[in-house]
Design a protein around this ligand. Sequence first.
Ligand code: UDX
Length: 443
Amino acid sequence: MKIAIVGTGYVGLVTGTCLSETGNDVTCVDINKQKVMMMQQGQLPIYEPGLEALFQRNIIHERLRFTDNLAEAIEHAEVIFLALPTPPGGDGSADLSYVLGAAKDIANLITDYKVIVTKSTVPVGTADKVRAVFKQHTDIEIAVVSNPEFLREGVAVEDFMKPDRVVVGTTDERARKLMAELYAPYVRQGNPIIFMDERSSELTKYAANSFLAAKITFMNEIANLCELVGANVDMVRLGVGSDDRIGKRFLFPGIGYGGSCFPKDVQALAKSAEDNDYHFRILNAVMETNAIQKKIMVEKLKKYYNDDLKGRKFAIWGLAFKPETDDIREAPALEIIGELLNEGAQIVAFDPEAANNVKYLLGDKIEYVDDHYDALAGADALLILTEWSIFRNPDFALIQKSLKAKVIFDGRNLYDLDKMTELGFYYNSIGRKTINDSVPSVA
Ligand code: UDX
């Protein structure tokens, strides 16, 4: 099948590459000429595990190409995916200008039936708006399909190739058949393609992400309570998650959810409810609670250092909003760093993939190192902000030797409490008791 992908961000690139992998002929188009040139030369602009091999293979086999020319990209395409940004506008609702702008440009170019697929996360009613833009600019018949993505960064290729489900919102019979054919190779294990109307499909995406954000937030609050009542959230998590109705996944407490999806989607759904005169109380509580959770480590640090962080030096392990990505959008690390700098602290940071993105944003306000152990020299404490695998089993003797004091604040619960007790570190994690509480901070 001939496919065009408009927008080569995370979603567009993964979608385009994975669709070419099953033999489709895919052209990706982007207005950023420099990025297009890079991709034409075989350079992948993002880090996503497993994507590189597929990207290279399909370029070589000429099933995947890149252009900055929209007309060229859509000329032979039967299906056109819109994978454009929908950033939060000033009032929290999703800004549709990129999506509707592209719809207008496409409408002015097409000469035959096309299936227009919105892949971006868009508010309920967007399919109708896209359809209206087409009606305004062309008489050619088109179908608008809502096909939300459920890709998790870090495992996006796997999620695309073997999805739990594919949601397709359309009432157009021809479009439905094309979409069924397109996704057939990806749902062979029996996972469903769920067909529905456009509005239900658009809402499904927001509901799924908001539910997951609420699930994490609920566990974060349970963790905070665990610390107060002397319970261990690891145990509570297992006990609770063993109930099939709840499930074991997505119950890990931490320093607040981040990323490009959850914060934006929860906010947009709350706004969209508000626009329909519905006050979605849980969502507002989720947003408020997550904002507090993102500050929790700084609060703990202030308490430990008697409200005086001035001149303290902290080693930070992990900057990305989660492991296996270089994405720092809404990363709790950024907020923590901002607050620590405000308090007059000094920071040396390491991240396996995301350091350059932070450097781009913060420049030399903090120091960066290429090896995680190099961050520790002379630091008052180690702060763990992202659960990269490389941090899971470190050389504790080396940590102890390098740090000024044996102090670890762990926002991701990486280490075993008994082990930390034995090693003699002051160890503060999330929802578990503080270990070796009497270890001095070193004045
Ligand atoms: C998410 C959805 O999972 C995906 O389906 C959707 O399409 C896009 O948004 P992503 O943003 O890549 O994917 O990250 P995800 O793995 O879902 O994690 C989101 C945030 O929640 C991260 O900040 C992560 O650290 C946090 N999280 C996740 C927890 O704090 N605890 C958990 O148990 C799981």
